[in-house]
Structure formats: structure tokens, C-alpha cells
Write a protein that binds this ligand. Structure first.
Ligand code: BEZ
Length: 209
């Protein structure tokens, strides 16, 4: 199944390292990040999981829950987590889905047969409080993800959910943002008291609200 931006994130129930999880119940009204790993005991994935574990306070500050997935069984995840703790100096402090029958991987189109018939690609889904998909990213097995970028785009998505703004290329929190196209410049000036700069009729900026 292809899961696209704006779609309802498919719900599922699965075994995880923190017990059986119904995705919607576990997620509640939070934001969520669902991300997949090709398989257990692989080097790039080991670095990714440790990196995400260290970022968990940052995700929590953004009301965002994180859940990983690999097609290996839960006993294997538990054994691998010990290695991750040793190598990365942190416990894996979020649940990891065990998906040996590929139910969740198939629901989220995480297996790309021309890359591998058995292992998932590196997918990232950011899902909003309304359970809709807000973003998806796909990396191959060979390239570890940049979780600073995942955090940056989460900030951008949350800002656009709160205010009628978009974010420019390479935007970082605190920098100027772009007024939504749906708003007239006059409406924007009333809405954003810090001021609006009209660079072009279609490109209006305002300080980070
Ligand atoms: C890795 O995580 O290092 C990896 C996983 C699957 C294939 C190649 C690399």
C-alpha cells in the first residue's frame, strides 16, 4: 500500500520491545514518528537507533512519540538493544516493532522489492495528532538518516500547523517564515504584528511567530 501525505496513517497492532501496541492507542493525540530499519545487527541501523535514543528528550518536548520497526522478531531486537547500549552509550528508550510477517512494512510500503525482497528501506513517517501523514522520507539501506533534519522538519510542520505560514529552504527555528499563499498581505499584516515584508506579491515574509 502506498501511504501518501494527507492520508490517514494505517492503524495496526504489533509486538514491540515494550509490549503489544495498537498504534492509534499508543499514539493518542501526540505527533508520532514511525521509522524502519532494514534488519537487526546491522551497522548503520545501530548508529541510527542510538542517535534517536539520545534525541528522545527533544522529541518529547515537541509532544512527539517515536516508534521504530525492523522485520526481525522481538527477542532479536532485545539482544540487539544490548549491543546498541554498549556501542552508542544509551539505552533504546522507545519501542521497536517486530514485523517478521511484514504486516506493518506492507501497510506502509516499506519493502521495495528492487532494493530487497526481505529487508525494509529506511522509511520515516511523521504523523500528526489527527493521525494523518504529514511527511514521508525514504532512504536506502546504505545511507544513515540525518535526524537533525527530522527534528528540523518536525519543527517546520508544527509551526505550519499552528500558524498560516510555510518555511523557506534550509529554514531553522527562529528564522523568518513565509506567509501562506492563502492570505492577502493586508490580512497578514493584521495577523502578524511583528511585520510583513513583501518581497514579491507571492513571497511575503514575517519573523518567526
Ligand atoms: C546497515 O544498517 O548498516 C545496513 C543494513 C542493511 C543493508 C546494508 C547496511
Amino acid at each position: 500500500m502506498t501511504v501518501r501525505i494527507g492520508d490517514d496513517a494505517p492503524n495496526f497492532t504489533a509486538e514491540t520491545t515494550q509490549g503489544r501496541v495498537n498504534f492509534y492507542d499508543w499514539k493518542g493525540n501526540s505527533w508520532a514518528i514511525l521509522f524502519s530499519h532494514p534488519r537487526d545487527f546491522t551497522p548503520v541501523c545501530t548508529t541510527e537507533l542510538g542517535t534517536v535514543a539520545k534525541l528522545m528528550p527533544e522529541f518529547a518536548a515537541r509532544n512527539t512519540k517515536v516508534i521504530g520497526l525492523s522485520v526481525d522478531p522481538v527477542e532479536s531486537h532485545h539482544t540487539w538493544e544490548k549491543d546498541i547500549g554498549e556501542v552508542m552509550g544509551t539505552a533504546v528508550n522507545f519501542p521497536m516493532i517486530a514485523d517478521p510477517d511484514r504486516t506493518v512494512s506492507t501497510l506502509y510500503d516499506m519493502i521495495h522489492p528492487n532494493a530487497s525482497d526481505t529487508a525494509t528501506v529506511r522509511s520515516v513517517f511523521i504523523i500528526g495528532p489527527d493521525n494523518k501523514v504529514k511527511l514521508s522520507l525514504t532512504y536506502p539501506a546504505s545511507a544513515g538518516r540525518n535526524f537533525d533534519e527530522v527534528m528540523r522538519v518536525l519543527d517546520a510542520l508544527q509551526l505550519s500547523a499552528k500558524f498560516p505560514v510555510a518555511t523557506p529552504a534550509n529554514w531553522r527555528p527562529g528564522q523568518d517564515v513565509i506567509v501562506a499563499l492563502s492570505m492577502s498581505t493586508e490580512e497578514a499584516r493584521a495577523k502578524f504584528p511583528k511585520g510583513v515584508t513583501e518581497v514579491k506579491s507571492y513571497l511575503r515574509t514575517t519573523p518567526n511567530p
